[in-house]
Design a protein around this ligand. Structure first.
Ligand code: KIV
Ligand code: ZN
Length: 515
């Protein structure tokens, strides 16, 4: 059977959308899960865009791209030769590195953004691909805004870059403008019209502005595309990219129709989705296909009756197919270190030594406060530990006073480099008071742009997970914190944003270079 290459761009296109930025540790954690998911390629970043992105891409190449059976590790680069050099410096450590270079080919972009002629863009594309091929065998080229590009001109560019050595030509619907039938025809015509198209893998990269990214990707496969670019939970620029889990499950569930397969281990999909939500603090909507809370919940009486009699009546996929066995009671207060290690291993976290000791201490602390510990609790513990930014400020003490008829106040004590600092503040609620006290200690004035709280599991004693987005004088950073006490979780989330701000100082992202 024909195989479709799954190219994951969660860490590049996904990460570049507001509220989804990840630091190096977070990208590594996610990349490990993508490797367990067995995607073919991971686009780890856009190395020229910032030192932080360079470092994250390099670490993914070094630590994930060198594992046995590792996926391709790809970096994005504009067609500038300096961009390509920088990209290569980051991905070269991987066993299977790829350079993905792109330039816009639509007249709108040429005229208003690049201020270049068609001939100049064609020349730059060929030079870029040749230059990249000087470094590595595996080079991908994308004509940005392909869906609005002049067809013949774009095909000339594609023919020329294949001649120059591009092994994958990726057709992006950058602005999510395409309509499935039209897109299918365009992809089929590209295959016919581009010289040497039989020597390159034809790929698509669809955005979701009209809610059609998955449909467009699927129709492109019917027209011969053999790589799809996609992201976990469909995150990405604006309305996002095609959702990986939806594509994989559509191809799997309707193999009879598509007659293609992927090498993705679908049982890892749910964990990948939850890990991403946990890292970014952005959760999918309950009715999200495949991974939403309600995706397998049958509410209507008629449906429940049918499912009880025979699952096939209303279920086209099994929850186990995507690795969904959530809200399962796993461990309790009396469980030991070995039981925790074994359960974490099942969840995909292979912890040993000091890492396991720290996770065990947190687990015991949680089990003392909360009788039942679920998989989601364990994921919260481990990913918090693995993805924390260095704690310049540590929470040492928090006391809040709140209620009806009194002015909410908070006293916070923080530790920094062995010294403790304490401040008290008032606010319009206990959370506001606690955050004001943190601001007073750190000498900052943060403006909360976004605040979200959710229970990691069901039950009144569930862990509360708080995610925040804070604007510190024009620099927006996110943070997250978890505790069974939601005020403490809020203070921890805010503090992790403060710590991230401190860590970031000096390596500010260069935003203008984004595609
Ligand atoms: O949407 C887009 O055009 C892109 C390219 C860089 C592939 O993300
Ligand atoms: Zn994109």
């Amino acid at each position: 059977m024909d195989r479709v290459i799954i190219f994951d761009t969660t860490l590049r296109d996904g990460e570049q959308s507001p509220g989804f930025s990840m630091n190096t540790m977070e990208k590594l954690e996610m990349a490990r899960q993508l490797a367990r998911l067995n995607v073919d390629a991971i686009e780890a970043g856009f190395p020229i865009s910032s030192d932080e992105d360079f470092e994250a891409t390099r670490e993914v190449a070094r630590q994930v791209g060198t594992l046995d059976g590792a996926p391709i590790i790809c970096g994005l680069s504009r067609v500038g030769l300096g961009d390509i050099d920088r990209c290569w410096e980051a991905v070269k450590y991987a066993k299977r590195p790829r350079i993905h270079t792109f330039v816009a080919t639509s007249d709108i972009h040429l005229k208003y953004k690049l201020r270049k002629s068609r001939a100049e863009v064609l020349k730059a594309s060929v030079e870029a691909v040749r230059h990249a091929r000087g470094y590595c065998e595996d080079v991908e080229f994308s004509p940005e805004d392909a869906s609005r590009s002049d067809f013949d001109y774009m095909c000339d560019v594609l023919s020329a870059v294949i001649d120059a050595g591009a092994g994958t030509i990726n057709i992006p619907d950058t602005v999510g403008y395409a309509i499935p039938q039209e897109w299918a025809e365009r992809i089929a015509r590209i295959r016919e019209r581009v010289h040497g198209s039989d020597r390159a893998v034809l790929s698509v990269h669809c955005h979701n502005d009209l809610g059609l990214a998955v449909s467009n990707s699927l129709t492109a496969i019917l027209s011969g595309a053999r790589q799809v670019e996609c992201t976990i939970n469909g995150i990405g620029e604006r309305a996002g990219n095609a959702s990986l889990e939806e594509l994989v499950m559509a191809l799997r569930t309707r193999k009879d129709f598509f007659a293609v397969e992927t090498q993705v281990k679908s049982q890892e999909l749910f964990r990948a989705s939850r890990l991403l939500s946990h890292i970014t603090g952005v959760h999918v909507q309950p009715n999200k296909a495949i991974v939403g809370e309600n995706a397998f919940a049958h509410e209507a009486g008629i449906h429940q009756d049918g499912v009880l009699k025979e699952k096939l009546t209303y279920e086209i996929m099994k929850p186990e197919d995507i690795g969904r066995a959530s809200n399962k009671l796993v461990l309790g207060k009396h469980s030991g270190r070995h039981a925790l290690a074994a359960r974490l291993k099942d969840l995909g976290f292979d912890l040993a030594g000091g890492d396991l000791d720290r996770a065990f201490r947190k687990f015991k602390d949680l089990a003392d406060r909360k009788k039942e510990v679920y998989d989601e609790d364990l994921i919260a513990i481990v990913t918090d530990e693995a993805t924390q930014v260095p704690e310049t400020y540590e929470l040492d003490y928090l006391h809040v006073l709140s209620g009806t008829g009194i002015v909410p106040s908070a006293t916070v004590r923080l530790r920094k480099e062995g010294q403790t600092y304490q401040e008290s503040s008032v606010g319009d609620g206990p959370v506001d008071a606690a955050l004001n006290a943190i601001d007073a200690i750190a000498g900052l004035k943060g403006r909360l742009q976004d605040y979200a709280i959710r229970a990691a599991t069901s039950g009144k004693d569930a862990i509360g997970e708080v995610s925040v987005k804070v604007d510190f004088d024009g620099t927006v950073v996110s943070g997250k914190g978890a505790s069974t006490d939601v005020i403490e979780a809020s203070a921890r989330a805010y503090l992790s944003a403060v710590n991230r701000l401190v860590q970031r100082a000096g390596s500010e992202r260069v935003k203008e270079v984004g595609p």
